[in-house]
Design a protein around this ligand. Structure first.
Ligand code: HDD
Length: 686
């Protein structure tokens, strides 16, 4: 028996076109009568080559994938705007920096670096923080990271760095991890990477959310004003939400429970209207400062501490719109450091100079030709005219005769003309020297700022850096590589070196690596380098996991929900069944998650409101016990409401609790949420 096109075999009929439902067509616009069956002679005959409907459909599907980015493959893009607070006309002629209050559309893509497109969000990794400003003078891309320094000083080392970080080529693993021999072999042979090594071993590489991390332009750029005067500048993004990271044990578990943890977080926040905001800050300095600074401002492995050059806040970016189509926007967006506008300019930072080549080159391959600027997400939103033409997929095809310049056709017919008044001019820096492959002497101090970073952390954060180094180097199989890496640490901090040496069980402390430049052991501590010293004072935008059982107290639930709402926090209901629970008052509350799918690592704090019988039943479920034991181990604030004793015992909470565990009485919900503002009960760690 043959099956009709609109019958799926179960007697159900597909929706037919008509009314608001458009006709299905081929890419050529030919209406399709049957999207279920290939054309064949007789019901059991072979497929006919003539079936252009089937062939075209499969042909297109076969070509759906484009190469993923060679780095930063996994990313998440969002729309928003940048609003200028004050004019910068004294410093820069950039159109975007002229008119306070004016909003410029932006597209931002956050990413991890090493993992494939399908890798997990909470890999220990640098996060990309790339911003495309669609200014009225063309697109400006600030292609930054969530860390203000980089691994290497010269772009020629980038392929080596990335090869070493990615899966080892013979075995094809590990995926999205630096905890392997090749990576630490390379790092330990490159003393210039030691400052970055401290940052990547810190909790900066396991952010709680894209919303809770800083962004940095990394390089020193130039601002150039209308008179042609130049100042140096470093760009900073400061999250209004504050900084927050997870613990390594959480990261490992989150990756299993929700590999999309960061993109889901962003999706949920924007869907809820809780739009994340970052302020744009600039550190501006002149040649005199640059000449007197302890380090070379062209060296991308160095920061300028905020205590030495304060960050001046000049505007705010708000992300408020999800993409309509992930491929069209997030996947096809092409950021490029060479996209710069009049009023901003490059410096001779050798990493930046190399990047200016790499991005355009890789995008031409990834997006299939030179016309990727015609894709809507990449096209400027201001008028643009030039004599570029043809090529694959050309979408902007000017009319008329003139496709060259100069021409004598005149008027509109003659096409666009150069504009000395508005046009981009490079800052006329004096450059001279012998043409040689040289690394400047002024780039030679590799340890002093690594030490400064380490010493600027709180004790908890220093312990995390030591633990991360021990973890990563324990995955390195070659003892000589472990030792070589440890040999750098005494140049950073003796105590750190000792902890890592002991943690690895090395027979003896390796001899300290010989620094190319004496280590400055007296740089001042910079509080801005710590996450915990810059923690938020609000629980806004954070999430409570609320574990309920049947018979839970209605008033307690209600009080917790409203306290969280008043703070701007979210509550997710977790229950033994996704159908939810019936409260003591007989109310049905649906669950957002079944307990198996909602370990407490997904939440910033947890609350349990249960009946005595409910607590007994939950105590018998391993995931419910872990919900509490993990929350406790991760220093989270825990609220216990109703009659939770059986579950609290089974979850291993200490008899009598501690300062981070709050018994939830009738009026305590507000106090609990207020306590959660500290994010973690670190006292439990000591
Ligand atoms: Fe890069 C992508 C950031 C050094 C070569 N880079 C890429 C992205 C970010 C950064 C955020 C993802 C953009 C997106 O979301 O599409 N990269 C940085 C920072 C660096 C840096 C902050 C140091 C300060 N990068 C760097 C060097 C080179 C590259 C030294 C090459 C010499 N980066 C690339 C690339 C990528 C890229 C291969 C991959 C995909 C793409 O460009 O479009 O060209």
């Amino acid at each position: 028996m043959t099956r009709s096109s609109n019958d799926n075999g179960n007697g159900e009929t597909h929706q037919q076109s008509g009314g608001d439902v458009p006709d299905l067509t081929t890419a050529q616009g030919i209406p399709v009568s049957d999207n279920q069956n290939t054309l064949r002679p007789g019901p059991r005959g072979p497929a006919l080559l003539e079936d252009f409907v089937m062939r075209e459909k499969i042909f297109h599907f076969d070509h759906e994938r484009i190469p993923e980015r060679v780095v930063h493959a996994r990313g998440y893009g969002l729309h928003g705007h940048f609003e200028l607070y004050e004019t910068l006309s004294d410093l820069s002629a950039a159109d975007i920096f002229q008119r306070p209050g004016e909003k410029t559309p932006v597209f931002v893509r956050f990413s991890t670096v090493a993992g494939n497109k399908g890798s997990a969000d909470l890999a220990r990794d640098v996060r990309g923080f790339a911003v495309k400003f669609y200014t009225q003078d063309g697109n400006w891309d600030l292609v930054g990271n969530n860390i203000p320094v980089f691994f290497i000083q010269d772009a020629i080392k980038f392929p080596d760095l990335i090869h070493a970080a990615k899966p080892e080529p013979d075995r094809g693993f590990p995926q999205a991890q630096t905890a392997h021999d090749n990576f630490w072999d390379f790092m330990s042979l490159m003393p210039e990477s030691m400052h970055m090594a401290m940052w990547i071993m810190s909790d900066r590489t396991i952010p709680r959310s894209f919303r809770f991390m800083e962004g940095f332009g990394v390089h020193t750029f130039r601002l150039v004003n209308a008179e042609g005067q130049s100042h140096y500048v470093k760009f900073h993004w400061k999250p209004k939400q504050g900084l927050q990271s997870v613990l390594w044990d959480e990261a490992v578990k989150v990756n299993g429970a929700d590999p999309d943890f960061h993109r889901r977080d962003m999706w949920n926040a924007i869907e809820a209207g809780d739009y994340p905001e970052w302020e744009l800050g600039i550190q501006v300095f002149d040649d005199e400062f640059a000449d007197n600074f302890e380090f070379d401002v062209l060296d991308p492995t160095k920061i300028i501490p905020e205590e030495q050059v304060p960050v001046r806040i000049i505007g705010k970016m708000t992300l408020n719109r999800l993409v309509d189509n992930f491929f069209a926007e997030t996947e096809q967006v092409a950021f490029c450091t060479q996209n710069i506008v009049p009023g901003i300019d490059f410096t001779n930072d050798p990493l930046l100079q190399g990047r200016n080549f790499s991005y355009l080159d890789t995008q031409t391959k990834r997006l299939g030709g030179p016309n990727f600027t015609h894709i809507p997400i990449n096209a400027p939103k201001c008028p643009f005219h030039n004599f570029q033409q043809d090529g694959h997929m050309a979408m902007h095809n000017p009319k008329g005769r003139a496709n060259y310049e100069p021409n004598s056709w005149g008027g509109a017919q003659g096409g666009p003309r150069e504009t000395p008044r508005r046009g981009f001019r490079s800052y006329p820096e004096q450059v001279q020297g012998e043409k040689r492959r040289l690394r400047p002497e002024s780039f030679a101090d590799h340890y002093s700022q690594a030490r400064q970073f380490y010493l600027s952390q709180t004790e908890v954060e220093q312990a995390h850096i030591a633990d991360a180094l021990v973890f990563e180097l324990s995955k390195v199989k070659t003892v000589a590589i472990r030792e070589r890496m440890v040999s750098h640490l005494p140049n950073i901090d003796e105590d750190l070196a000792k902890k890592v040496c002991e943690g690895l069980g090395l027979a003896k402390m390796p001899q300290a690596a010989e620094p190319a430049h004496p280590v400055n052991r007296n740089l001042s501590v910079s509080d801005k380098l710590s996450i915990l010293k810059n923690a938020p004072d609000s629980f806004k935008g954070r999430k409570i996991g609320l574990l309920l059982s049947d018979g839970a107290d209605d008033a307690l639930i209600e009080a917790l929900m409203s306290a969280a709402k008043a703070e701007g926090a979210m509550v997710e209901v977790v229950a033994p069944r996704v159908g939810g629970v019936t409260t003591a008052g007989g109310k049905a509350i649906e669950a957002d998650e079944k307990i198996d799918g909602a370990p407490s690592v997904l939440y910033d704090a947890v609350a349990v409101i249960v009946s005595a019988e409910g607590a007994e039943k939950l105590a018998a479920i391993p995931q419910a016990r872990q919900f509490l034991s993990d929350a406790y181990a991760h220093y989270k604030f825990i609220a216990l409401g109703g009659e939770p004793d059986a579950l609290a015992r089974a979850g291993g909470l200490p008899e009598g609790g501690d300062g981070g565990i709050l018994a939830l009485g009738g009026t305590d919900a507000g106090a609990f949420v207020a306590q959660c503002r500290a994010l973690r009960f670190w006292d439990r760690a000591s």
